[in-house]
Design a binder for this molecule. Structure first.
Ligand code: 0O2
Length: 212
């Protein structure tokens, strides 16, 4: 009956959600292990903090519609690679590639796509390193390769992206050219801050080495 079918779909949906949550856990643990090793080895934490999210059903539906695809479990699985999302906020600029490379070197991680909006920022000034990776999830009866979107950025980049995201939704109409220019100017100032903080960090830690 239709009732049973709804129960069946719901069950399938919940199982799938659980698999995406498992993928987030795997990535989270891998990154924590790398961060802790850096702390122990070099007395430095590359990661400031992490955030995680499962894409909400409403956003999944909107994205499928935008792509002009029928909303079926299979279509979602094949076409959306950002259902599981991990955001890694790093302390310094150099920590970003360091973390990305150490993660991508791991045998069970497959890189699907890399968008480097740091060497090539978006037109509005947005900067971050985006990776889509596949991570294997070992289930009772099979192993599933699950996509996870990882956004890696500095505290400063995160500050800009969070406020810009809020402002986009606050504005009821399109943002004026003037406002867009000013936001972009903020993004450029933040780039300079990140570079300067990196240099200060390097000079201070170089002094440490000389004193030892
Ligand atoms: P949410 O709510 O964060 O999930 P696609 O993902 O297919 O739509 P694309 O170009 O392949 O598009 O993805 P992209 O641009 O690599 O990454 C999309 C995600 O990056 C967004 O998720 C945002 O989280 C973030 N992002 C990208 N551009 C900007 C930007 O200009 N400003 C801010 N604040 N964030 C950005 P979603 O799906 O839009 O939403």
């Amino acid at each position: 009956s239709e009732d049973l079918d709804i129960n069946g779909s719901l069950k399938e949906f919940l199982l799938q959600q659980q698999i995406y949550r498992a993928a987030i856990k795997e990535i989270k643990t891998k990154l924590e292990i790398l961060d802790e090793e850096f702390q122990a080895r070099y007395d430095h934490n590359p990661i400031h903090h992490m955030e995680y999210r499962l894409k909400a059903p409403q956003s999944i539906a909107e994205k499928m519609q935008k792509k002009g695809l029928e909303i079926t479990a299979e279509n979602i699985r094949k076409n959306l690679t950002d259902i599981a999302g991990v955001r890694v906020i790093c302390n310094y600029l150099n920590d970003i590639n360091r973390i990305a490379n150490l993660l991508l070197r791991q045998d069970d991680i497959t890189l699907v796509r890399k968008n480097d909006y740091i060497t090539g920022p978006k037109k509005n000034g947005y900067r971050s390193l985006h990776l889509i990776v596949l991570v294997p999830i070992f289930l009772a009866e099979r192993t599933e390769s699950v996509p996870v979107e990882i956004q890696i950025r500095t505290i400063a980049m995160d500050f800009w992206a969070s406020l810009e995201h809020q402002l986009k939704y606050k504005g009821h109409s399109d943002m004026s050219e003037g406002l867009r220019e000013r936001l972009k100017y903020c993004a450029e100032s933040i780039t300079r801050l990140d570079e300067e903080m990196q240099m200060i960090y390097e000079e201070i830690t170089a002094d440490d080495c000389e004193q030892q």
